[in-house]
Design a binder for this molecule. Structure first.
Ligand SMILES: [Zn+2]
Length: 130
């Protein structure tokens, strides 16, 4: 399964600010896409705030990479100073169902899944299949 990045970009031209709200997955495979979005948004001449508090999934190593990349976004002269990039973090890092989970175990066979889901009504069957 693939991690997908979804973002909502809001730009306020009056205050020259932009909010990039991440709602999908920030993982190794989506980090550079987010970087491109941030760089393009900053190039419009806006202070960029990256809001990660509504992200579905935040991978710790991708977050580290994003913090490094955010420093590489060129600042643009703006009024009395230059554009900035700031990042808002949630208190803990959420993980999506596609994240590797060591306690998950091997995938179920069809017979096992059928037995768990329909005969035992075990909710783990649904979680493992998703
Ligand atoms: Zn994910």
């Amino acid at each position: 399964m693939e991690h997908s990045l979804r973002v909502l970009v809001r730009i306020d031209t009056k205050s020259s600010t932009a909010c990039v709200e991440v709602r999908g997955c920030l993982a190794a495979e989506t980090c550079l896409d987010l970087f491109d979005i941030l760089r393009n948004t900053a190039s419009l001449g806006a202070h960029v705030t990256v809001n990660l508090s509504k992200a579905h999934h935040l991978d710790a190593s991708a977050l580290d990479e994003l913090l490094v990349l955010a420093d590489k976004i060129p600042s643009v002269p703006l009024g009395t100073g230059h554009t900035t990039v700031s990042i808002q973090l949630p208190a803990r890092l959420p993980a999506c169902g596609h994240a590797a989970s060591p306690e998950q175990g091997p995938p179920l066979t069809n017979d096992q899944a059928f037995d768990m889901a329909f005969l035992q009504r075990d909710p783990k069957a649904f979680r493992r299949l998703s």
